[in-house]
Design a protein around this ligand. Structure first.
Ligand code: HEM
Ligand code: HEM
Length: 260
């Protein structure tokens, strides 16, 4: 019998009630072995890509944007409040997106009891959430220091909605799967939705980060700070592409069938 993911269970359960017309019985299945990527290889690639995204993000703010407030260098900045802004992309990418990705991968790559994995999963998600809150606070501090309006952009709206949904998902999941904990039947029924909604919120976080990079580059090029084809612009575009690749690997690992 083929092994399925939570998302597959959701799909198969719903298609059992309303069979597909196309003649396909029970919806799509992951092909057997030969066309299915190896989970271990996928996890390795995903972790490496996360590391690369982290290194590139640090490299961008340190090499091109003058650094972080506590490790500032270079003379390109007239005002130290610019350094406060740099905390924002670092916390959002390294502290939030990468931590959340690793938390999602815990059920695939970490061995141990189910409650051990759950404890790691929920703890890393909580740390990621607070990193995101501090990251948004850094952007707010920067805006206030410069007298710029807050929460006017699509990026900021997406960011607020994403982090709020993430916080709600965490609270509900904690109550259902940890304390006080729902009945086994409810936990099983909610699980496909938990994974599905979790991955949607994860995609929203990736989109928010992409719009953030785009917005920052637009400010820098429109104000003539850097050229459209400058090394920095190409570097930031590359971070955007790498982040999407990373997200794709994490999502694929989460929806692949697993051994236990
Ligand atoms: C999931 C990741 C992210 C979230 C949730 C997020 C959220 C936010 C929020 C809520 C604001 C508004 C702050 C205010 O108005 O005072 C903001 C501002 C900003 N963020 Fe992000 N951000 C993320 C990632 C990034 C990244 C990777 C960059 C890349 C540089 C970035 C660039 C900016 C810029 C330029 C602003 C100021 C302009 C504006 O308000 O849109 N963000 N972000
Ligand atoms: C907002 C935060 C959260 C997000 C985005 C999230 C996301 C996910 C995702 C995508 C999966 C599927 C992973 C897979 O099938 O490999 C998953 C599984 C799971 N999550 Fe979460 N989660 C969050 C918070 C929590 C919390 C607080 C708990 C409480 C213990 C929890 C408990 C679980 C459990 C029990 C599973 C299923 C593991 C299994 O199938 O063996 N999650 N989560």
């Amino acid at each position: 019998m083929p092994m399925r993911t939570n998302l597959h269970r959701l799909h198969v359960e719903s298609s059992a009630k309303a069979p597909l017309k196309s003649g396909s019985k029970g919806g799509r299945r992951w092909p057997q072995q030969s066309w299915r990527p190896s989970l271990n290889a996928l996890l390795l690639w995903a972790h490496c890509m996360g590391l690369i995204c982290a290194v590139f993000t640090f490299a961008w703010v340190i090499r091109f944007r003058g650094g972080l407030p506590f490790i500032a260098h270079g003379a390109i900045l007239a005002d130290r409040s610019d350094l406060i802004f740099n905390v924002h992309p670092v916390l959002m990418v390294v502290g939030y997106i990468i931590l959340v990705s690793e938390a999602i991968l815990v059920f695939r790559g970490v061995s141990g009891t189910k409650s051990y994995k759950k404890a790691i999963h929920l703890t890393i998600q909580a740390v990621g959430f607070w990193m995101a809150v501090f990251g948004i606070w850094a952007a707010l501090l920067f805006h206030n220091a410069k007298g710029i309006d807050n929460f006017y952009s699509l990026h900021s709206w997406l960011g607020i909605v994403t982090v709020s949904l993430f916080g709600l998902q965490w609270i509900f999941s904690y109550a259902i799967y940890w304390y006080p904990g729902a009945s086994g039947k409810t936990r099983a029924a909610v699980l496909p939705w938990h994974a599905f909604i979790g991955l949607i919120i994860y995609c929203m976080a990736l989109i928010t980060a992409e719009t953030g990079f785009l917005e920052k580059l637009t400010f820098l090029t429109v104000n003539g700070v850097i050229g459209k084809f400058s090394l920095e612009a190409m570097f930031v575009n590359s971070i955007g592409l790498l982040l999407i690749l990373y997200g794709g690997l994490v999502i694929l690992a989460a929806v692949l069938p697993r051994a236990s």
